[in-house]
Design a protein around this ligand. Structure first.
Ligand code: C5P
Length: 235
């Protein structure tokens, strides 16, 4: 498959067309942003970690019956994925209070939630990805009730499977963000699953092994990304 013109450049990835309209190539960058682009920086090696970790997770989730956009890893930073039309709804799944949930509701970081929380936000950089609910989704025509039912079902399943999977590596899954796309009329998991989009804490020490190290200037940012790669894939 041949990489052709660049389709899009986002904050953490570039997407290229290929000679087959059904597939695109994602190229993961080391650029890091936080707080809706207000904080910018570079995390050396992040692109490689996110590419490999994401592909590893997608392959594992496929085995558990979750359809994803993953096709083939081409290099350290590049992966062929199915071309999808992204549903402009970001899905956040939370097991333990942290980040914006702690801030918004005054629940101390690290508090175990009595049940899993599912949140949606409208994927729009200019508006700062505001939180919405199902009624907004239908009122704005972002997705159908059937699609949202699938999205919720898959998101809870991803949470169950990933939480269990990560335990063996001494990683606690605090929360994460998912994005879905439409491909041949079906909803499939798209975007990435990586330390950029998940909160991973060391199960024993509670050490943060994710992008919060960058957001909160905690230091050892690169080391945390490498640690996740090492634990999951022995690299
Ligand atoms: O900031 P907040 O606490 O709402 O983030 C919840 C989870 O979603 C975190 O794991 C964060 O990394 C992820 N997230 C993301 N992209 C966003 C917003 C949140 O990956 N635009």
């Amino acid at each position: 498959m041949k990489k052709t013109e660049q389709l899009y450049e986002g904050k953490a990835k570039k997407v290229f067309k290929t000679d087959d309209p059904n597939y695109v190539i994602v190229d993961y960058k080391d650029d890091a942003t936080a707080f809706n682009g207000l904080k910018k920086g570079t995390i050396v090696g992040k692109g490689v970690v996110n590419n490999k970790v994401s592909n590893h997770m997608f392959k594992m989730l496929e085995k558990h019956g979750i359809p994803t956009h993953y096709v083939e890893e081409l290099s350290d930073r590049e992966t062929v994925v199915k071309s999808v039309s992204i549903v402009p709804v970001e899905v956040i799944v939370r097991n333990i209070a942290a980040g914006s949930l702690s801030k918004r509701l005054g629940i101390p970081e690290g508090t175990k939630l009595k049940s899993t929380v599912l949140e949606y936000s409208y994927k729009d950089d200019e508006l700062g990805d505001p939180m919405i609910n199902d009624y907004h989704v239908y009122a704005m025509g972002l997705a159908t009730p059937e699609e949202m039912e699938k999205i919720a079902e898959y998101s809870f399943k991803v949470n169950e499977v990933m939480t269990e999977y990560l335990k063996q590596f001494g990683i606690e899954l605090i929360d994460f963000k998912l994005e879905y796309g439409r491909c041949n009329g079906e909803i499939i998991l798209a975007d990435e699953i990586s330390p950029d989009t998940c909160r991973f804490w060391d199960s024993k020490t509670g050490e943060k092994l994710d992008k919060d190290r960058f957001r909160q200037d905690l230091g050892n940012v690169e080391d945390a990304y490498q640690e996740i790669l090492k634990r999951l894939m022995g690299e």
